[in-house]
Write a protein that binds this ligand. Structure first.
Ligand code: ADP
Ligand code: MG
Length: 338
């Protein structure tokens, strides 16, 4: 891809705090308009990477480019990015409209244009009538939208979001996931580039065009959601993105996703025989943990199409036969990384 189409480029980025290596030689290229997610467990270096892009931290090594320009040594306000944090950090004494207009005022945008742009962006986040309220008069979800509006109103080249939905309850979070995608598309013709941090694999799979899986300061895999889910490059990725169904047979290690396994209660024509060790009823589906005679265990999910919770729970201890199509397994490279 030509350099101009890459909005964010990290090359060999390393950041340490004393003995802790927070980010270790990270390379990334994010094209303009992409929804890109940094996914990983707590402490894996996601926030540090975001802060490096924003300019709140300086790397020990490596180079950061925004829109093709080297910004490694530029201050945060000299970078065309905006950040949305989990805690929103709205100014409590200002109205919603003044909160949203804040960045425009700092940039000395004339009053009439300011008012117009605030009105427009409040429509985009679907809170057009709340301009006169104070932040305390809003719900958590509304505050989140206002924080977004405030970051989007100057149409930055890149928007950085650090677990922005983390404080919301599940239903609202799922609604906001869809809203965020819509807003990204609506807010500008080119689309703002989103760099989104989450530890929630489902959120990452739902929202991202591509994602990077972080583990201990390193990226283990970069790819589209389906790619990372169906063809995990490492055992860590297989376990973190989805259920860790890794088996070792004949000296090769492979994964098979729980929904790809058929479970039978007879033992004819076996691929793998085993015993149901645990049953977890999840409403729509049930998760069965099966201990295999040849070693290891697999998680199987089954839709609760004709099974009641009582029946499902009674399967515990039953002998079963598991089957899957060969093309639904994916071999994991030994010691493999990105
Ligand atoms: P994540 O956002 O993935 O949870 P972070 O980027 O916040 O991870 O942290 C990565 C590692 O760097 C962790 O071990 C964390 O304790 C450490 N770390 C982050 N910020 C600091 C800091 N300001 N001082 C010391 N250690 C830090
Ligand atoms: Mg973090």
């Amino acid at each position: 891809m030509p350099a101009a189409e890459i909005d964010v480029r990290l090359a060999g980025i390393r950041k340490t705090y004393g003995d802790v290596v927070a980010v270790d030689r990270v390379d990334l290229e994010i094209p303009a308009g992409e929804f890109f997610t940094l996914l990983g467990p707590s402490g894996s270096g996601k926030t540090t990477t975001l802060r490096l892009i924003a300019g709140f931290e300086r790397p020990d090594e490596g180079r950061i480019e925004l829109g093709g320009a080297d910004v490694t040594n530029r201050a945060p306000y000299e970078r065309d990015v905006n950040t949305v944090f989990q805690d929103y950090a709205l100014f409590p004494h200002m109205t919603v409209a003044d909160n949203v207009a804040y960045g425009l005022r700092v940039k000395r945008v004339p009053r009439a244009e300011r008012r117009r742009r605030v009105e427009d962006i409040l429509k985009v986040v679907r809170l057009p009538d709340l301009g006169d309220r104070k932040p305390v008069q809003l719900s958590g979800g509304q505050r989140q939208r206002i924080a977004l509006a405030r970051s989007l109103v100057n149409t930055p080249r890149v928007l950085l979001l650090d677990e922005p939905l983390g404080a919301l309850d599940l239903k609202l979070r799922q609604e906001m996931q869809i809203e965020l995608k819509r807003i990204q598309r609506e807010v500008s013709e080119v689309g703002i580039t989103f760099v989104y941090v989450t530890h929630d694999q489902e959120e990452a799979l739902t929202m991202s065009d591509r994602l990077a899986v972080f583990n201990e300061g390193r990226i283990e895999q970069i790819g589209a959601p389906a790619e990372v889910y169906e063809r995990p490059a490492t055992e860590f990725v297989a376990g973190f993105v989805g259920v860790s169904n890794v088996l070792e047979r004949d000296g090769r290690k492979f994964t098979v996703r729980p929904e790809k396994i058929r479970m039978h209660f007879d033992e004819a024509g076996a691929r793998e025989l085993g015993r149901i060790r645990d049953v977890v009823y999840v409403g729509m589906f049930t998760r069965y943990i099966v201990e295999l005679d040849s070693g290891g265990e697999l998680t199987v999910v089954r839709q609760n199409l004709e099974t009641s919770s009582q029946e499902a729970l009674e399967f515990r201890g039953r002998r079963v036969r598991l089957e899957w199509r060969p093309e639904h397994t994916f071999e994991i490279q030994r010691g493999g990384g990105a």
